[in-house]
Design a protein around this ligand. Structure first.
Ligand code: HEC
Length: 263
């Protein structure tokens, strides 16, 4: 056989060998890569992830050891956070932007904000309302509504406003018939401390609580009724006059000295 490189048979044989060897190596490397790939997928990210996972599981374990669980009812447990959680929350609260306090009900009793608001209220110009005409006729419908609402006052002030062991009289009281702001503010804020009514000093066992839940109409009617019953005679109280004092709701209980001198 011609051994020269030009022998096509030899060249074809070398070509087949080449393909054969290539395939053998390709398959061998393929198998090795497959086996390797299955057992440990290794990449730079994986190399970094391993210690991260280790750290995370350490942190998880440490946290799990710190959290305690409380059984609230049979078979039901809740997580009780460790104290540093409270510290964390407290820090956030301190750093948090305070929300504006708009209503007295939102105040924490005894807080700095409450004290400030009280000061502001004290220094603010007192609300002034024009007194009504004492000679104007009183609307009988308002008197009837007032009588109905008076059931509330009756328990303490007596059926006919005569007063009793827990509240001074409304009949003949200059606080009822005097400046209209006095009875309105008393109902909206309550009243405590010693008080002189019709020349007699009273020191009741408990202060009168505020009744701000009554509507402007109800307060106007009940005061109109009290100002024009049992011998009392004074101008009707209008809902607008009551409304003018709504801003005081929630402020501390009044003392007689906070009121306008009735005579
Ligand atoms: C829980 C009992 C109670 C109720 C209810 C009550 N009061 Fe009073 N009221 C008092 C007490 C106590 C005083 C005296 C406060 C003080 O110690 O200075 C008073 C004082 C007053 C005064 C000033 C003093 C006087 O006798 O004139 C007026 C006015 C008044 N109340 C109106 C009313 C009206 C109107 C109602 C109903 C809407 C009402 N009160 C409901 C207990 C009450």
């Amino acid at each position: 056989m011609d051994q020269s490189k030009d022998n096509p048979i030899l060249r074809f044989r070398a070509f087949i060998w080449g393909i054969g060897m290539f395939s053998v190596f390709a398959v061998a490397f393929g198998i090795i890569a497959l086996i390797n790939g299955k057992s440990k997928p290794y990449a730079t990210e994986d190399a970094a992830a391993t210690p991260r996972y280790e750290t995370k599981s350490k942190v998880d374990a440490a946290q799990a050891a710190n959290f305690s669980y409380k059984e609230v009812e049979a078979g039901k447990t809740v997580q009780v956070p460790p104290h540093d959680v409270f510290a964390h929350v407290a820090k956030q609260l301190v750093a948090a932007k305070p929300t504006a306090v708009e209503k007295p009900e939102q105040l924490v009793p005894g807080s700095e904000t409450q004290k400030k608001m009280e000061e502001t209220a004290k220094n603010a110009a007192p609300v002034e309302v024009a007194e009504g005409d004492a000679n104007a006729p009183i609307d009988p419908a308002v008197m009837a509504a007032g009588q109905a609402s008076f059931a509330l006052c009756m328990a303490c002030h007596g059926m006919n406003g005569e007063g009793g062991p827990i509240a001074p009289p409304l009949a003949g009281s200059e606080w009822v018939t005097g400046p209209v702001s006095n009875p309105i503010r008393i109902v909206l804020r309550g009243l405590g401390g010693p008080i002189t009514v019709a020349g007699k000093e009273y020191n009741m066992p408990a202060p009168m609580g505020a009744l701000p839940q009554l509507s402007d109409d109800q307060i106007a009617a009940v005061l109109t009724y009290a100002r024009n019953s049992w011998g009392n005679k004074a101008s009707a109280v209008t809902p607008d006059q009551v409304k003018a004092f709504r801003g005081e709701v929630g402020l501390p209980t009044l003392q007689a000295s906070d009121l306008k001198a009735p005579k």
